[in-house]
Design a protein around this ligand. Structure first.
Ligand code: PLP
Length: 462
């Protein structure tokens, strides 16, 4: 166990921690806590414990789950102790409607400092001309951007949702589809994952979108930004990249920066590979477009910024500027490629047959004749968390699709490298093999726990 930072009390007893229960919807019995585990170093939550034991106990359970389990959800990560501390500060108490030095209320000496720091660091990190760090999350960042760039009834072109695009890119269940018209492009070949750029050009010429959008939440390959930018230019569209999933990989220099290929605007969450607090951000190449965005975020769409999150964004961006973050970003991809290869060597079918980023999509029906939901539940029962996911042109329903999605950002933060990728993939393949044997699965879960406890979780163990 590593030395504790100031916000930690050292070993604490976990006697009030509730027993960890088996996967939601699973018929398995609750899993007993192992008695042989070393105690965690616990942050001090004495005020919470005294004021609200119910929330405190839930928090203790969640901390135990995070440290004893493997986090493979591609959009999740473990933030540093410094970011975690900043999120729980008195910046929460301040209303700061407006922007640095242009606020609607007084008392902004210190909020101006942290918001300006977040803005300047974000601009430097992504080579942007302008940054708005106030969006409360990724979805509001996207919606504010659509309103800044389009009028109701206008057309936006994005990635087909079953080929990897995100809900906010025009899923019929979202409100924005009542306001804007969404048209789609797809992969040309799901075996390689290559986008059909000829079709993209054809559709763009026909539909004349105001916005051409890149970005995805379930696509393991890189986009060709230069080709997209040429198409956007030809039809007079604004080019935007929703880099929510890969922002940390871009910041760390492990993937291309869309601004280098002429993109006009980048959207992102701050809590995935970028390893910051939950939140969103909008970056533009030109200051002029940035001014339009600012007006649309506030007062157009949101109220006051969540200032403790803005401050935590500044801290996270500061961390992402350090050389260690470059190493981290490259290791995420090395780990994903290594795990992908290991799976494929063991007969597992991956969508696009590999990965260029942090995520993998497994075709569970072809690989194991199991649905994504069954695989998610099985892995949950041994302490490995990932999510069921649609695969390209999936004939099954979203709640019980053909695939699962997994990613390496969180396990890489925990210090795992290529040998650990083989070990983890080995646990998953073993679970598939012994899936009908409850006793063997319980034993495997204990092995997973023992393995996990060797890798400290920031915010819990260090
Ligand atoms: N855009 C993409 C590509 C995403 O993957 C996500 C979240 O998964 C979002 C936007 C929305 O982010 P949030 O959940 O913070 O609203």
């Amino acid at each position: 166990m590593q030395a504790h930072s100031l916000c930690y009390s050292g070993s604490a007893n976990m006697t009030s921690t509730p027993t960890v229960t088996a996967a939601r919807g699973s018929t398995r019995k609750p899993l007993p806590r192992s008695t042989s585990l070393p105690p965690p170093a616990m942050p001090i939550y004495t005020a919470l414990q005294a004021a609200d034991p119910d929330v405190y106990n839930a928090l203790m359970g969640e901390m135990q789950r995070q440290r004893e389990g493997v986090e493979l959800i591609a959009s999740e990560n473990y933030i540093s102790c410094a970011v975690l501390e900043t999120m729980g500060t008195v910046f929460n108490n301040k209303y700061s409607e407006g922007y640095p030095s242009k606020r609607y209320y007084g008392g902004q000496q210190f909020t101006d400092i942290v918001e300006s720091l977040a803005i300047e660091r974000a601009k430097k990190l992504f080579k942007a001309g302008h940054a708005n760090v106030q969006p409360h999350a990724g979805a509001p960042a996207n919606i504010a951007t659509y309103f800044a760039l389009m009028e109701p009834g206008d057309t936006i072109m994005g990635m087909d949702l079953s080929h990897g695009g995100h809900l906010t890119h025009g899923h019929p269940v979202t409100y924005i589809t009542k306001i804007f018209k969404f048209v789609r492009y797809k992969m040309k070949d799901v075996e390689t994952g290559e986008i059909d750029y000829d079709e993209m050009r054809e559709i763009a010429r026909r539909e004349k979108p105001k916005v051409l959008m890149g970005g995805f939440s379930a696509y393991p390959r890189e986009l060709n930004y230069a080709k997209m930018q040429a198409i956007a230019k030809e039809v007079g569209a604004v080019s935007i990249m929703d880099m929510a999933h890969i922002a940390g990989l871009i910041a760390g220099g492990a993937l291309r920066n869309p601004f280098d290929d002429g993109f006009d605007l980048c959207l992102t969450t701050t809590h995935k590979t970028l390893r910051g607090p939950r939140g969103g951000m909008i970056l533009t190449r030109e200051e002029e477009l940035g001014k339009k965005i600012d007006k649309q975020v506030f007062p157009g769409f949101q109220g006051g910024p969540i200032m403790q999150m803005v401050a935590a964004k500044a801290v996270a961006f500061g961390e992402a500027m350090k050389p260690e973050f470059k190493v981290y970003a490259h290791q995420i991809i090395k780990n994903a490629k290594h795990m992908a290869q290991y799976f494929m060597d063991h007969g597992v079918k991956l969508i696009t047959n590999g990965t260029d980023n942090h995520m993998m999509l497994i075709d569970c029906i072809t690989s194991w004749n199991m649905s994504g939901k069954e695989v998610e539940h099985l892995f949950d029962s041994i302490g490995i968390t990932l999510n069921k996911n649609m695969i390209a042109d999936d004939p099954r329903k979203p709640m019980d699709p053909s695939g699962v999605r997994l990613g390496t950002p969180a396990i890489t933060t925990r210090g795992m490298k290529e040998p650990e990728m083989e070990k983890l993939a080995g646990f998953m393949l073993k679970a598939i093999e012994i899936r009908a044997d409850e006793t063997a699965l319980r034993k495997l879960h204990e092995e997973v726990k023992e393995f996990c406890l060797r890798y400290p979780v920031p915010g819990i163990d260090k």
